[in-house]
Design a protein around this ligand. Structure first.
Ligand code: S3P
Length: 430
């Protein structure tokens, strides 16, 4: 019988890794970054920064970035290839927009089907010239300008990527930029700005809404950045330990950012035995240990207001729901249709294939948990090239003697190249 046992340090956080590289490139000198996530997505950002004239190299286990200051990007000689990475494309569009350079952004098939107009409308209002494919998609060309008009942006749709892109653009603009979020999203950009002593004003407008005001241009002094480990990657093992009998694990160095660990509250409400201990703060983020033991789970209702905080964890939460007693309802998932795959479809079709009763009505998913399902012959899981779908079903497969065959495991390297190694470290057979 397999169980998960022991303790590991999870790899660096993906969102923070992208931001650490970009902010380091905007500093006026050398920044050392430790615990950078070396995944396909993050390497896309790193290589694009190199195309923009930033020197970046690895020294022992750290990355050295020689920042060129805000406004320091040079005209690239190639198209900027974002691969599968939505975060790279949105954040880098924002970052280059206030530089007097012309950039072409391209991406893989999945990224080329994801909306870019959600960001370009804001940049165009400021004066950036952007030509999109079919008015919404990559490839796109952007003519940046240091004289874009700084202004007040009101974001109706929750997106940490769009917010961060607008803040990055503002760093090189003369004057006041205000970004108002109608629904708050993850706040790594603001935390890194505070850590790097970039002055901004944050106002809480109400429980769900915030305004951030910047007054550029900024000179950012270099400061080394240590990256906390990724709670969204930890989530796979957390759910694994909850659903596999006799498991008990400790995950170390995890970012305990409130905008990222809402899934732990959901799992606790389901009956999950999870303990969190804060150990330190690194680069503006609280960090700590998470201890998890096998638990009997029950179905819960997850309200739509939580969706910006659970956006990357619905796939693995759906695996927890499949093993819980009773019905789990996940509401307000429209944004899941715009991720690396249409995650409503990839969650429901694969769980149904395994044998669970799953339905989707408008943007809500209903999952009836069951422990009675037996799998006698292999079943093929279709990931649609989505790394989080691949890892979620790899965890579920552990309960069925690895009889769920993931069609394209290679996509896991998009966010967590060490996933399989870490799983092997935790797996104990007897
Ligand atoms: C991210 C924000 C989220 C998330 C993505 C990473 C970020 O997207 O899904 O994996 O680093 O800003 P949203 O833009 O939908 O918030």
């Amino acid at each position: 019988m397999l169980k998960l046992k022991g303790s590991i340090k999870i790899s660096g956080d993906k969102s923070i890794s992208h931001r650490a590289l970009i902010f380091a490139s905007l500093c006026t000198g050398q920044v050392k970054i430790s615990n950078l996530l070396e995944s396909d997505d993050v390497m896309r950002t790193l290589n694009i920064l190199r195309e923009l004239g930033i020197k970046i190299y690895k020294k022992q286990n750290n990355w050295i970035v020689k920042g060129n200051g805000t406004g320091g990007y040079i005209q690239p000689s190639h198209a900027l290839d974002c691969g599968n990475s939505g975060t790279t494309s949105r954040l880098m569009m924002g970052a280059v927009s206030s530089n007097p350079i012309r950039c072409t952004f391209i991406g893989d098939h999945s990224l080329s089907n994801r909306s870019m107009s959600r960001l370009s409308i804001f940049l165009e209002k400021m004066g950036a010239e952007i030509v999109l494919t079919n008015k919404d998609f990559l490839p796109l060309h952007i003519d940046g300008d240091v004289n874009l008009v700084p202004m007040k942006h009101v974001m109706q749709k929750a997106s940490a990527q769009v917010k961060s892109a607008l803040l990055l653009s503002a760093l090189n603009l003369r004057g006041k930029t205000t970004v108002i979020e109608r629904r708050n999203t993850r706040d790594h950009t603001e935390r890194l700005m505070s850590y790097l002593k970039i002055k901004y004003k944050k106002k809480i407008l109400n429980k769900n809404s915030t305004s951030i005001e910047l007054n550029g241009p900024y000179e950012i002094k270099p400061k080394n950045i240590s990256i906390a480990s990724d709670p969204s990657s930890a989530a796979f093992f957390i759910v694994g330990a909850l659903i596999i009998p006799k498991s008990e694990i400790i995950l170390k160095n995890i970012a305990l950012n409130k905008t990222r660990i809402a899934f732990i509250e959901v799992l606790k409400n389901m009956g999950g035995k999870i303990k969190i201990k804060k150990t330190k703060t690194t680069a503006g983020e609280d960090v700590g240990e998470i201890k998890v033991s096998h638990s009997i789970l029950k179905g819960v209702k997850i309200k739509s207001s939580l969706s910006p905080y659970l956006i990357d964890e619905y796939p693995i939460l759906s695996i927890a729901a499949s093993q819980a007693k009773g019905l789990t309802i996940m509401r307000g998932l429209s944004e899941l249709r715009h991720k690396e795959s249409d995650r409503i479809k990839s969650i429901t079709s694969n769980l149904s294939k395994v044998g669970f009763k799953v339905t989707c009505k408008s943007d809500n998913i209903y999952i009836e948990g069951s422990k009675k399902i037996k799998i006698t012959k292999e079943k093929r899981i279709k990931t649609y090239g989505d790394h989080r779908i691949a890892m979620s079903f790899a965890i579920l497969s552990l309960l069925y003697d690895n009889k769920l065959v993931i069609d394209n495991e290679s996509c896991i390297s998009i966010s967590y190249p060490n996933f399989k190694n870490h799983l092997n470290e935790l797996a104990e057979y007897n």
